[in-house]
Write a protein that binds this ligand. Structure first.
Ligand code: C5P
Length: 314
């Protein structure tokens, strides 16, 4: 709470690295009165990162946001960006207004269903708390910003409940290898949730439960079992809105993937493979297919948002 001490002569800066996520399982309940859906999910953080640099600005200068990297031009650089809102929320925990440069280098696919915007918000929360000596618990602030923001703080592998914001770390063994196929076009998360409700119609929908086979597979490091257990209730809705993804998913088993799944609300398709060699083979096949824009490889789990460098004046 000592932010009042930060004057224009005492500017600090720091850099935070934050990972992308996928949902290894995602069970979606019926719509709640507040419009959200209860979830039971297993998140995993992957080695695709955004790097967020924060620099204090002179008193009264306000927030300035710049974005670089692939598809940066699709990301808003004003208060619509969750990272900007995170800076405002962090400043509310102090007595000052936010005077901050936020520079985001995108390594997480933009609008891909890998929670890149939520990751940036988590990075700003963590960074501001370090820069401004905020000693609040960040998890409730993160939850206020979005359902996926708390997980980006925690990383690793975790069980998520509520609307996704109640996160508990899960035990894991070993390293999992992923191939991600990124598509052109966007699947807006609210539209995908609306589509699952539409597809379900009047069918009774049970409260979601955690996929125990997924939890067991990550705990024992069994990639074959995990591949068979991957599940996403949003997948039929994403496929209904973007049917071309079906052909892309089918390439996985044809080229050695242990499992294929749409990541979150899509449109990124995630393929679990046994090792780096298998990742390379599948990458070549997906790239040659012409069915996706680009292909990336990642390993998991990795830690959540982390301060990687800091430059604080004395
Ligand atoms: O929390 P977040 O801002 O990421 O949610 C974006 C939208 O996704 C919500 O407005 C809602 O339409 C949908 N959503 C949902 N149930 C959840 C999470 C998100 O219906 N558990």
């Amino acid at each position: 709470m000592q932010r009042d001490l930060v004057s224009s002569e005492m500017h600090g800066s720091l850099r935070v690295r934050v990972p992308a996520k996928i949902n290894l399982s995602l069970a979606v309940g019926p719509p709640r009165p507040d419009g959200f859906h209860n979830l039971a999910t297993v998140f995993q953080a992957l080695s695709l990162y955004d790097t967020v640099t924060l620099r204090d600005r002179a008193d009264g200068a306000g927030v300035r946001l710049t974005i670089s990297g692939s598809q940066a031009n699709q990301v808003p650089v004003d208060e619509k960006n969750l990272a900007w809102q995170a800076a405002e929320l962090a400043a509310e925990q102090t007595t000052s207004k936010p005077d901050l440069d936020i520079d985001i280098e995108k390594g997480i696919p933009v609008a891909g269903g890998m929670a890149g915007g939520s990751a940036d918000a988590a990075a700003v929360l963590l960074g501001c708390s370090a820069l401004w000596d905020i000693d609040e618990d960040l998890a409730p602030l993160a939850a206020q910003l979005g359902s996926d923001v708390p997980f980006a703080l925690v990383g690793g592998t975790a069980v998520g409940q509520g609307r996704g914001e109640q996160v508990a770390s899960a035990m894991t063994r070993g390293k999992f290898h992923w191939v991600l196929a990124l598509s052109d076009g966007e699947l807006a998360t609210p539209k995908v949730y609306a589509e699952i409700d539409r597809l379900r119609g009047d069918q009774p929908v049970l409260e979601p439960v955690i996929a125990e086979d997924v939890v067991r597979a990550v705990r024992t490091g069994d990639a074959t079992a995990l591949g068979a257990a991957l599940t996403n209730d949003l997948q039929p809705a994403a496929l209904s809105l973007m049917p071309a993804l079906a052909a892309l998913l089918e390439l996985g088993p044809e080229h050695g993937a242990l499992g294929s799944i749409i990541s979150g609300s899509g449109p990124t398709c995630a393929f679990l493979v046994s090792d780096e060699e298998a990742a390379l083979e599948l990458t070549v096949a997906l790239s040659a297919s012409g069915l996706c824009r680009t292909v990336r490889q990642a390993s998991a789990p990795v830690p959540g948002a982390t301060v990687v460098s800091r430059d604080t004046p004395i």
